[in-house]
Design a protein around this ligand. Structure first.
Ligand code: HEM
Length: 547
């Protein structure tokens, strides 16, 4: 032996050399110690932990590997196992050693509460691996979450979104023009890429008013920036692995880009995404520093040098960088995480829902003609006259299509665990002690046949009609694509405005002409839960032919 190996170091550590025990025996000892520790842990989890008295599968309660197997090995299947476990064990179950899941529409509003009712912490283990730590989304503590979220809220309120109307119209017209320009070329395009480019350009312009320094928008790209779609989807697909092993994402961050590209092409996407977010923040910081300099007499000429950055003055990041948050909260590193959440959250679900709605509009002539009839008058003077979101919000069939698309695309399909840090939560006869994560899933809420007859069917008409009375109230109670309470979706109003406008533009009478190409329901319907639902892994996407 030329030097101390791992086993001999272990021997030293365990002081077994003095006892004349060899490295093999040391390893055996270590193995036995692990076994005893894990056996003890399982016994504790099953019989003595605060969660032990809740019903559910013993396997799920004993170890996190049960969930990992379903979500990593079987590609996002645990939600369906949770559905089966609820059917077997009842409305409240244990889904892993730490967490509980509840399936009961009556309880949703009790769990996802406003600040005035109860403080709500996040369960940070849940998403640690996606490297958004420091963003308000993954801020565990209720009060810090409120402080971090508050400066963002004015941009996404109803009034904030109404101010964005001209920009939304510009981006919608950009997409329409791109499709129209392809007329006569017999081209097949990826609609899902086009919709990601659309929502990505919108959130990009909100975060930082001007274009990326590469000079372009996603919608300018001839193929609708597939790499942007791929970045988001690579992250989403990696969630089961990275949440199982949160340290992995940090290791990936340390690997030089060239090595990463060779060894793990999907991992490189994380770095691309982080770089993009950091660039956004740096530019906002740069323009802020420059502004401060120009306030000093004699420095006026610097303003003229960099007029481009003036566009950023009303952007979200510019506002945050300038806000009165403590310096520590405004570090480049933290704000870049905030940017990652906004860019990712602002792109994926919105694009997916637009694709979902488009599929049914393009495949169901009755839906298409009814929608066209409704849009004829409000869209008659587009683009010279842009209908406001308030006007589009009043179109019952358009809104029914959006609502039904959100119901069946779920927003976030996964359970969303919440922790009450101070007081117990009472669910029927069960008292859930403070500190225990409890989640509910929009997928389970939206699939209840007692509330939504034929729950798997796309039936926008279910949302229309004054006579529905109590059944409409039950549907609204169970409809939670944006979650509820103090940690609900920040971008809800923006998403509704974006989706209403682009569907009105694309499917109005005399809108751009395109038809689906080799796309069926399996290309849009959920088959996997990677936090957001994804269709079958082998999908070639939502494709359209432009003749
Ligand atoms: C159809 C579109 C969308 C759906 C269905 C959706 C759904 C959701 C849901 C269910 C949550 C709660 C997640 C959790 O508790 O962990 C959430 C959070 C969030 N969403 Fe959205 N979202 C959409 C669009 C957007 C857009 C356009 C933005 C852009 C700003 C956005 C930004 C966020 C942010 C920042 C959070 C974290 C809020 C917090 O923790 O306080 N979302 N979204």
């Amino acid at each position: 032996m030329t030097g101390p190996g791992v086993t001999s170091i272990l021997s030293e550590l365990l002081h077994v050399r003095q006892l004349h025990v060899g490295p093999g025996a040391a390893l055996l000892f270590l193995f036995a110690a692990c076994l005893v520790y894990n056996a003890g842990l399982v016994v504790y989890r099953l019989y003595f932990s605060p969660q032990a008295r809740f019903p559910g599968s013993k396997l799920a309660a004993a170890s996190g590997w049960y969930e990992f197997y379903y979500d990593y090995w079987l590609d996002g299947q645990y939600i369906f196992e949770i559905e089966r476990m609820h059917a077997k064990y009842g409305p409240i179950i244990r889904v892993n050693p730490e967490e509980l899941s509840i399936h009961d529409p009556d309880f949703y509003a009790e769990l996802y509460v406003a600040e005035s009712t109860r403080r709500t912490n996040a369960y940070d283990i849940f998403c640690k691996g996606i490297d958004f730590d420091g963003s308000h989304l993954l801020t565990t503590d209720h009060d810090l979450h409120r402080r971090r979220r508050k400066p963002l809220e004015p941009f996404f309120s109803r009034m904030g979104v109404a101010r964005l109307q001209p920009m939304l119209a510009e981006v919608a017209l950009h997409l329409e023009t791109r499709i129209r320009d392809l007329k006569g070329t017999h081209t097949v395009i990826r609609l899902d890429h086009a919709f990601s480019a659309f929502s990505g350009d919108i959130i990009g312009r909100i975060c930082l008013n001007s274009t990326d320094e590469t000079g372009g928008r996603f919608l300018d790209d001839p193929d609708f920036a597939p790499e942007w779609y791929n970045v988001i989807h690579a992250i989403v697909r990696s969630i089961p692995l990275f949440t199982g092993f949160p340290w992995l994402v940090r290791v990936v961050g340390l690997i030089p880009e060239r090595v990463l590209l060779w060894a793990y092409p999907r991992g490189q996407m994380f770095n691309i995404f982080k770089d993009r977010a950091k660039r956004h923040i740096r530019r906002a910081m740069k323009s802020t520093t420059r502004e401060k300099k120009t306030e000093i007499p004699g420095n006026e000429h610097e303003r003229a040098e960099d007029d481009d950055d003036d566009e950023n003055a009303s952007s979200l990041f510019h506002h945050i960088v300038n806000s009165d948050m403590p310096e520590s909260e405004r570090s480049e590193e933290r704000l870049a995480k905030e940017a990652q959440v906004l860019l990712g959250g602002g792109t994926a679900s919105t694009a997916r829902t637009i694709g979902f709605a488009s599929f049914y509009i393009l495949t169901r002539p009755t839906i298409r003609s009814r929608l066209e009839a409704e849009l004829r008058q409000p869209m008659a003077s587009w683009p010279a006259q842009v209908p406001t979101w308030a006007e589009l919000d009043k179109l019952p069939f358009l809104q029914a299509i959006v609502k039904e698309s959100l119901r069946l695309s779920y927003g976030v399909m996964h359970r969303l665990p919440r922790v009450s840090p101070d007081v117990p939560i009472q669910y029927r006869d069960y008292t859930i002690p403070p500190g225990i994560p409890v989640g509910m899933s929009a997928y389970l809420m939206h699939s209840d046949p007692a509330v939504f007859p034929s729950p798997g069917e796309f039936i926008p008409e279910r949302w229309i009609g004054d006579k529905l009375g109590s059944s409409m109230a039950a549907m609204n109670k169970s409809y939670v694509p944006f979650c509820r309470g103090s940690r609900n979706c920040l971008g809800m109003n923006l998403a509704m405005a974006e989706m209403s406008l682009i569907l009105a533009v694309l499917f109005r009478p005399n809108g751009p002409e395109f038809e689906l190409f080799e796309t069926d329901e399996t290309d849009i319907k959920q088959a996997h839960d990677f936090l957001i639902p994804l269709p079958k892994i082998t999908t070639k996407g939502v494709r359209a032919l432009i003749r």
